[in-house]
Design a protein around this ligand. Structure first.
Ligand code: C2E
Ligand code: MG
Ligand code: MG
Length: 713
C-alpha cells in the first residue's frame, strides 16, 4: 500500500468540511466507546440524531449477534485499529452491513478514536447476486455436462463458447480445441446443411428452431433444437436419433414390404381367379369362366331361352402340325378376336381349349342364331396372315333350350351338333336334333356306367390270332377289350372306347388292358415267337409316358419286349408330330409298333415311309375289295411298299377263303379274320396246347386249305 503524501497538509477547515459533508459516516469516540461527535452522514445511516448517538455510545451501534463483532473488538484492543465489515444497528432496530474502519487519532492529550463507516447493503447484495449467478452458471454447466443430450453454444460472432462432454465424444473433438474457434471453420461440413439453415433462422427470427437431419461428417442423425441466447449467439441441443430413425426406417421398410406383399398377394389372387376363368392365349373366358358368366346373366336378367353355338375350326390340327404351334396360336388368337367382335356386348364367347369356342346367345330366335352361325363361319373363313396366309373353315353346332337350362347338357348337345356339321364336310352349321338327343343321352349313360365298370371289373379281353401265311402258324394275337354290361350284355369296344377317350377314362382303361395283356403274354411264354398286340388310342400316347409304362410292365412281369406290340391308328400320326418320337422310343425298347386300319385314315401311301412302324395292318375294307381289280391293285401296292420299307403286312377281317388266297398271292405276311379265328378267351385259342412241351402251335385248318403252290415262300 502506498503512503499518503504528507508534504502538503490540508488547509484549515478541510477536516471540518470532510466531517460535515463526507460521504461516509464518521464518529468521534473516546477509547472507552463514548461517542463524542457524529457527522450528518453517520446520523443518516444510523437513523439517529447526534444526541441519540452520544447517548447510546459506540457499543449500542453494533449488532452484537454478528460474530465478526467479537473479532473486531479483539483486533481493536490488540492493534488499536480495525477494518472490516460489521452489521450496525439503526435507531429503529434494523441492521445493515457496513464497512467499518476504526483507529485511534494520533496526537493530542486525550486519545480519541474515530470510526468511519459506509453502508455496504448495495455492495453486499451485488456480491451476493454475482455469487448467485456464478453458482447458477456453474450449475447450468454441471447440468449441461450431466445431460445425455449434446450441447454446444456459440456467441453472436459464431465463436464456439462451450461444448459439453457428450458432444465432444460424439463429434470427436476436444473442448480445448474448439472453444473460441469459429463454428463454420471448425465444422465446415455444417455449411449447406439443414443445420446451417436452422442456426441462421434462429438468429434471424430470435425463436427456437427444431431440425432433424443427418450430419454426414459424424455419421450422425440428429434431432436438433437451436435456442437463441439472450446475450446473443445460440445454444444448440442435439441428440442422436440414429437408432430411432433406423427403427422407423425398419418399420417403414417392413410396412412397405408388407404392403407390397399384400398387393402381390392380391394381384396373385386376382391372377389366379382370372387364370382359373380365362384362357391365357386368347384372353377369352374358359369353360369355368363361361359357366360363371352365364350364371351371372341368368341371375341378373329375366332370360327365357339360351342358345349355344359350339364352334370348332376344321382341320386346325393340320395347321398346327404343318406350320407349328406358333402359327396355330396366332390363328386361334385371330379367331378369338373375330368371335369376340361378333359377340359384341350382348352375347358371351369363350374358348374351351384347342380350337373349340362356344358362344352363348340369350333369347335369340332360331333365325338370329342361324344368322350368327353364318356370320361366325364367314368371319372365321377369312384368311389369316401369320407369316403364311392361312385359311380355315369352321363347323358350328347349335343347341337351345328354355331357361333354366342344364348348361352341361346344352354344351354336349351343341358339341354333338358340331360333330355332325363336321361329318357333313365342315364349314357349315347344324342344329342338335331329337335323334342326336337320344345318342347324347346314351353317351352320358355309357360314360357313367363305364366309370363303374372300371371299378367293378366288368371289362375283359378276348384275343384274336393271326396266321403266318408262309409258315402256317400263329404269329401273334391281338387283344380286344369287351365290357360285360350288367344290363346291355357284352358291349363291343367301338361303343365305349371313344366314350372313354372323351371322358378322360382312356388312361385308366388302357392301363388295365396293358396290365392284363402283359400277364397273359407271360403265360404264353412257352409259345415260340408269339407276339401279343394291344390297341392303344392316341390319347394314351399324348403325355409321352407310354415308353416308361411299357418298360415298367415288361420289367415287372419279366417279359421280353419282343413279346409285345402296340397298334395305333393312322389318326395318331395326324394328331401330332411328337407322337412319332414317342413311338420311336417304344420301338427302341424292342416293343413292335403296328399301324392299324391302314388305308382308312389320313396317311397317304407316300407318307408310309415316314411312319415309325414295324407292321402295317390292312383294314378290313381293303380285304373286302379283293376280287375286284382295283382292290387287288391297291393291296398289291401297299404290300410292295411295306416290304420295301421292311415292314410286315397283316391283313385283317379275312372272311373267305378267296380273300385268304388272294392275300397269299399278293404276298401279305399274315392274316386274321373270322375265317381263321374269332376273337376268344385265351383258353379257347388254338395255340393252347395240351402239352406245352410240344410248343408248335397247330396250323389252323383254314390256312392249311390254302393250296401250297399259292403260298409265298
Ligand atoms: P381293330 O383293332 O381293328 O380290331 C379288329 C376288329 O375287327 C375287332 O373288332 C375284331 O373283332 C374285328 N374283326 C376281326 N376279324 C373280323 C372279320 O373277319 N370280320 C369282321 N366283320 N370283323 C372282324 P372289335 O373287337 O369290335 O374292336 C373294334 C376296335 O376297337 C378295334 O379295331 C380297336 O380299334 C378298338 N379296340 C379294341 N380293343 C381295344 C383296346 O383295348 N384299346 C383300344 N384303345 N382300342 C381297342
Ligand atoms: Mg387293332
Ligand atoms: Mg384294325
Amino acid at each position: 500500500m502506498s503512503q499518503c503524501p504528507t508534504s502538503t497538509s490540508l488547509p484549515d477547515g478541510a477536516y471540518e468540511a470532510l466531517f460535515t459533508h463526507g460521504i461516509d459516516g464518521f464518529l468521534l469516540a473516546s477509547p472507552e466507546g463514548e461517542i463524542l461527535r457524529a457527522n450528518p452522514r453517520a446520523c443518516e445511516l444510523l437513523g439517529r440524531s447526534e444526541a441519540e448517538l452520544i447517548e447510546v455510545g459506540r457499543a449500542g451501534l453494533v449488532d452484537r449477534r454478528d460474530p465478526r463483532w467479537v473479532e473486531a473488538v479483539e483486533r481493536r484492543g490488540r492493534d488499536g485499529a480495525y477494518r472490516g465489515v460489521l452489521r450496525l444497528r439503526r435507531g429503529d432496530g434494523s441492521t445493515f452491513p457496513a464497512e467499518v474502519s476504526t483507529a485511534l487519532l494520533p496526537g493530542g492529550d486525550t486519545p480519541l478514536a474515530y470510526v468511519s463507516f459506509r453502508d455496504m447493503t448495495a455492495a453486499e447484495a451485488e456480491a451476493a447476486r454475482t455469487a448467485e449467478s456464478r453458482r447458477a452458471a456453474a450449475e447450468v454447466v454441471d447440468s449441461l455436462e450431466s445431460f445425455s443430450d449434446m450441447y454446444f453454444g456459440v456467441d453472436a460472432d459464431w465463436r464456439i463458447t462451450y461444448i459439453n462432454a457428450q458432444a465432444e465424444a460424439r463429434l470427436g473433438v476436444s473442448r480445448d480445441d474448439v472453444v473460441g474457434r469459429d463454428l463454420w471453420q471448425h465444422f465446415p461440413d455444417l455449411l449447406g446443411t439443414p443445420f446451417e439453415e436452422a442456426y441462421r433462422e434462429a438468429v434471424r427470427t430470435r425463436r427456437p428452431v427444431t431440425v432433424e437431419a443427418c450430419y454426414a461428417a459424424a455419421d450422425l442423425w440428429a434431432e436438433t433444437r437451436v435456442f437463441p441466447l439472450r446475450r446473443g449467439g445460440l445454444g444448440v441441443y442435439f441428440r442422436d436419433v440414429g437408432e430411432r430413425r433406423a427403427m422407423e426406417q425398419e418399420r417403414e421398410r417392413l410396412l412397405t414390404a408388407e404392403r407390397r406383399a399384400r398387393t402381390d398377394a392380391e394381384r396373385a389372387q386376382h391372377d389366379l381367379a382370372h387364370r382359373a376363368t380365362h384362357d391365357d392365349l386368347t384372353g377369352l373366358p374358359n369353360r369355368t369362366g363361361l359357366v360363371q358368366q352365364v350364371g351371372a346373366v341368368l341371375d341378373r336378367w329375366p332370360v327365357a331361352g339360351m342358345t349355344l353355338l359350339f364352334i370348332d375350326l376344321d382341320r386346325f390340327k393340320l395347321v398346327n402340325d404343318s406350320l407349328g404351334h406358333a402359327a396355330g396360336d396366332a390363328l386361334l388368337a385371330v379367331a378369338a378376336s373375330r368371335l369376340a367382335e361378333l359377340a359384341g356386348s350382348t352375347e358371351l364367347v369363350a374358348r374351351f381349349g384347342g380350337d373349340e369356342f362356344v358362344m352363348a346367345m340369350f333369347d335369340a330366335s332360331v333365325v338370329a342364331a342361324d344368322r350368327m352361325a353364318a356370320a361366325v363361319i364367314a368371319a372365321l373363313s377369312e384368311p389369316v396372315e401369320t407369316g403364311a396366309r392361312l385359311a380355315v373353315t369352321a363347323s358350328v353346332g347349335m343347341a337351345s333350350s328354355a331357361v333354366p337350362a342344364d348348361l352341361d347338357t346344352l354344351l354336349r348337345e351343341a358339341d354333338a351338333a358340331m360333330h355332325r356339321a363336321k361329318d357333313g364336310g365342315g364349314g357349315r352349321a347344324a342344329w342338335f336334333d331329337e335323334q342326336m338327343h337320344l345318342q347324347s343321352v346314351h353317351r352320358v349313360r355309357t360314360e357313367r356306367d363305364l366309370r363303374l365298370a372300371l371299378e367293378r371289373d366288368e371289362l375283359f379281353l378276348e384275343y384274336q390270332p393271326a396266321f403266318d401265311l408262309r409258315f402256317e402258324r400263329i404269329t401273334h394275337v391281338e387283344a380286344l377289350v369287351r365290357w360285360r354290361h350288367p344290363e346291355r350284355g357284352v358291349v363291343p369296344p367301338l361303343e365305349f372306347v371313344p366314350v372313354a377317350e372323351e371322358a378322360g377314362l382312356i388312361g385308366r382303361l388302357g392301363e388295365w388292358v396293358l396290365g392284363r395283356v402283359v400277364e397273359q403274354a407271360t403265360r404264353w411264354a412257352h409259345v415260340p415267337g408269339l407276339r401279343v398286340w394291344v390297341n392303344v388310342s392316341p390319347r394314351q400316347l399324348a403325355d409321352g409316358r407310354m415308353p416308361d409304362v411299357l418298360a415298367t410292365h415288361l420289367a415287372r412281369a419279366g417279359l421280353g419286349a419282343d413279346r409285345l406290340g402296340i397298334e395305333v391308328t393312322e389318326s395318331t400320326f395326324a394328331d401330332s408330330s411328337c407322337m412319332a418320337a414317342v413311338l420311336e422310343e417304344v420301338r427302341a425298347l424292342g416293343v413292335a409298333v403296328a399301324i392299324d386300319d391302314f388305308g382308312t385314315g389320313y396317311s397317304s401311301l407316300a407318307r408310309l415311309g415316314d411312319l415309325p412302324v414295324d407292321v402295317i395292318k390292312i383294314d378290313r375294307s381293303f380285304v373286302q375289295d379283293l376280287g375286284t381289280a382295283r382292290g387287288e391293285a391297291v393291296l398289291s401296292s401297299i404290300v410292295t411298299l411295306a416290304h420295301a420299307l421292311d415292314a410286315e403286312v397283316i391283313a385283317e377281317g379275312v372272311e373267305t377263303l378267296e380273300q385268304l388266297r388272294a392275300l397269299s398271292v399278293l404276298g401279305a405276311d399274315s392274316a386274321s379274320g373270322f375265317l381263321l379265328a374269332r376273337p376268344a378267351a385265351p383258353e379257347h385259342l388254338p395255340m393252347v396246347l395240351a402239352d406245352p412241351a410240344s410248343a408248335r402251335p397247330q396250323l389252323h385248318p383254314s390256312v392249311a386249305r390254302v393250296p401250297r403252290e399259292l403260298r409265298v415262300h
